[in-house]
Design a protein. Sequence first.
Length: 180
Amino acid sequence: TTEASGQLVRVQAQFAPDDFSVLSGRVNFGTEGYWLVGHAVADDGTSLAVAVGWAATEADALAAERPAGGTLEGRYLATEPPADDDFEAGERSAMAVASLINEWQDQPSAVYGGYLVLSEATSGLDVIDAPPPSEEVVLNWLNIFYAVEWVVFAGFAVFLWWRFVRDAVEREAEELAELN
């Protein structure tokens, strides 16, 4: 859910040893690099995509230690759209759970809709920057304009109704005066 996105979580899970991949074009503290991504299976059998760590080069990401599992702690984030990948050029850069499911060797029966960014990277990788989501409230002037516009429109509609009723009453009064 939207409320779950950005929360710090802890899960007991084991990584599927053959289900690691590398994503390119991932920015960490302003520097573009690569993420090592794994497939973790929680104790209840639910699969979870996990961003293990960041490396400056693809070779470093591929050579990094693969975690086995245990207690995984980090920030749970919403999945990214698979359309962000440049699949025609062979580039995978989106952390899209839908795409990862198709690549995992062990097909899951249940999958979390988001992914986990680990708080601590494995040996050979840097921790991925995953700050908490901003809860800043921004005033949207366009919405305020629309609200004022509807109040003006309602006022005009009431005025027009009042004017039509008044005209009808005056017309009836004139017709009665002509008859008398």
